[in-house]
Design a protein around this ligand. Structure first.
Ligand SMILES: Nc1nc2c(c(=O)[nH]1)N[C@H]1C(S)=C(S)[C@@H](COP(=O)(O)O)O[C@H]1N2
Ligand SMILES: [Mo]
Length: 370
């Protein structure tokens, strides 16, 4: 798709820096937050997140699709270009995988200063059972040529970002694209994809942050060079400034989250907990690695004790952790942190980056025990 510059400038938000150093949110952040729901943290109780509770992130508008006319085109450096209907995808070998997906911007609003964007705290997470056909099979049918380096995925949705008119597009190297677990998915939790989750067909890349799993696919193209589109080169980078290239944001970092215990104060969400023994629980995940340890602190992170781990829901999904706590009267800050099989531990504070990505810093839950 050709890229154009926008004809006119759009209004800026805040002081124009793109950042806010106050706790007050801008109307534009609220507007995005209302479009892009998060999973309420009590949803961590379900091994498979009910579809309507799964987080959602849509950069532009949800496109309208007439499935009778819809075709996915596979082209570029392939020997046999293809154009396939949804029915043709459904006839190919199918696989169902439970996958934990997280938005790379989860935790963005916890950074200071805060990037003015989708203001996630902790809730851009969910696990679904995705059904589709392995991308590998489709790429083999098309005959990706040996000189291809990158596979580009183009969505039907179109918008303006960073002043560039664009379709949502992301790429994977050929070696990542042909991994067994990468799907072209047409079902979520046993039902056709809902419009907001990519109907009729989306890419699903387990282990990677969500931006990789392109929704509303219309094209797959093999290129000789790494794709340099906006969503690859301009954003989703761990950088300190807008222009510094930094490192690409790729796999999901290790994280554990807790179901806030007790009952919430309606407005502040501060928790009221009854004194005595209770079970703290939640889920932990680590992208392509596995979770090797989960620890809980009931004193704001001064001392830590091991939680119990259940088996993962699937090799690509989260696992339940539980911890028995004897709650004593007073105010407490509960924390949970996970360690992955590579030895990475969630930090108390994650290093700041320009786009507000990959913030897996430790969750803190304030409770009042009575
Ligand atoms: N075409 C398209 N695909 C997309 C997006 C988008 O805006 N357009 N958002 C991405 C981002 S940033 C995330 S986190 C996931 C969210 O998937 P979900 O809404 O199904 O949870 O979709 C990804 N795929
Ligand atoms: Mo995302």
């Amino acid at each position: 798709m050709e890229q154009q510059r926008t004809p006119s400038r759009f209004p800026t938000v805040g002081d124009g820096s793109g950042f806010a150093d106050t706790d007050r949110v801008f109307r534009e952040e609220l507007q995005l937050a209302l479009r892009n729901r998060g999973m309420p943290l009590e949803g961590l109780r379900y091994p498979i997140t009910p579809t309507g509770m799964h987080y959602l992130l849509v950069h532009y508008d949800i496109p309208e699709v007439n499935v009778e006319e819809w075709r996915l085109k596979v082209g570029g450096l392939v020997s046999r270009p293809m154009s396939l209907s949804l029915e043709e995808f459904r006839k190919r070998p199918a696989r169902t995988i439970a996958v934990t997906m997280e938005c790379a911007g989860n935790g963005r609003a916890l950074f200071t200063p805060r990037r003015i964007s989708q203001p996630w705290l902790f809730e851009a997470i969910g696990t679904a059972e995705w059904t589709g056909t392995p991308l590998k099979g489709i790429l083999e049918e098309a005959g990706v040529r040996p000189d291809a380096a990158d596979i580009v995925f183009t969505g039907l949705d179109r918008g303006v970002e960073g002043g560039e008119v664009q379709h949502y597009q992301r790429s994977l190297t050929v070696s990542e694209a042909v991994r067994e677990e990468v799907l072209l998915a047409y079902e979520m939790n046993g039902e056709p994809l809902q419009p907001q989750h990519g109907y009729p067909l989306r890419l699903l890349v387990p282990g990677w942050y969500g931006m990789t799993s392109v929704k509303w696919l219309q094209g797959i193209e093999a290129l000789a060079e790494p794709f340099q589109g906006y969503q690859m080169a301009r954003v989703y980078r761990y950088s300190r400034t807008q222009d510094e290239p930094g490192e690409a944001v790729t796999l999901i970092r290790v994280r554990a989250l807790m179901i806030p215990p007790g009952i919430p104060d309606f407005l502040t969400r501060t928790r009221l907990v009854q004194a005595g023994a209770l079970i703290l629980t939640g889920k932990a995940w680590a992208g392509r690695l596995s979770v090797s340890r989960v620890e809980v602190s009931v004193d704001g992170g001064s001392t830590w004790s091991d939680a119990r781990l259940d088996e993962p829901v699937s090799p690509h999904a989260w696992r339940t952790w539980t911890f028995r706590w004897n709650a004593r009267r007073g105010a407490h800050t509960l924390c949970v942190r996970a360690t992955d099989s590579g030895g990475n531990v969630q930090p108390p504070e994650q290093e700041w980056n320009f786009g507000g990505y990959g913030n897996n810093s430790v969750q803190r839950v304030t409770v009042v025990v009575e």
